[in-house]
Design a protein around this ligand. Structure first.
Ligand code: QAP
Ligand code: CO
Length: 167
């Protein structure tokens, strides 16, 4: 297991569109395990492979109180989105910023699991929001893209300043 480095906005690599996983082999399982370890250590409730600079369609989430309900979705597809819910979203790639975003409240997800078997799941509330947020990463999309240009620019400038100070 390993903790992976997380890319931060506005790193252009976060804009990469991820490619489908063609075979769920040991290397994919190791990546899933490393992503879960990285998410728990952060700590976060979701992480997409894009954020660790691996451009394959893999996301992990755990929105449980006790941090003991890990889910991995490989090649996830969202279907039957319904309802709307507004929640304050953050992102491990946009540290320190939380803003309200409107998304579907209920979703149906089809994917492969860590063993490469088909997985179907109904999700609602925070789990549904988190899965939608992580699937956006696979398209190179960030929650800040839903904000006004003014808010996004302010966040970008603050993070760029922090990154310069860290350099
Ligand atoms: C996506 O995000 C999400 O700013 C997952 O300083 C978040 O795990 C979906 C985090 C909220 C729905 C609602 C963010 C950790 C974690 C930070 C995360 C930070 C430290 C974000
Ligand atoms: Co995120």
């Amino acid at each position: 297991m390993a903790i992976l480095e997380i890319l931060e906005f506005p790193d252009p690599r976060l804009r990469t569109k991820a490619r489908a996983v063609t075979k769920v082999d040991d290397s994919v399982r190791k990546l899933v395990d490393d992503m879960l370890e990285t998410m728990y250590e952060a700590p976060g409730i979701g992480l997409a492979a894009t954020q660790v600079n691996v451009h394959q369609r893999i996301i992990v989430v755990d929105v449980s109180e006790n941090r003991d309900e890990p889910h991995a979705f490989i090649n996830p597809r969202l279907e039957d989105l319904s309802g709307t819910i507004e929640s304050d979203e953050g992102c491990l790639s946009v540290p320190g910023f939380y803003e309200p975003v409107v998304r579907a409240e209920h979703i149906h997800v089809r994917a492969l699991n860590r063993d490469g078997e088909p997985l179907e799941m109904e999700a609602e509330g925070l789990l549904a929001v988190c899965i939608q947020h992580e699937c956006d990463h696979l398209e190179g999309k960030l929650f800040v893209d839903y904000l006004s240009n003014l808010k996004r620019t302010r966040i970008r400038r603050k993070l760029e300043k922090l990154h310069r100070m860290q350099a």
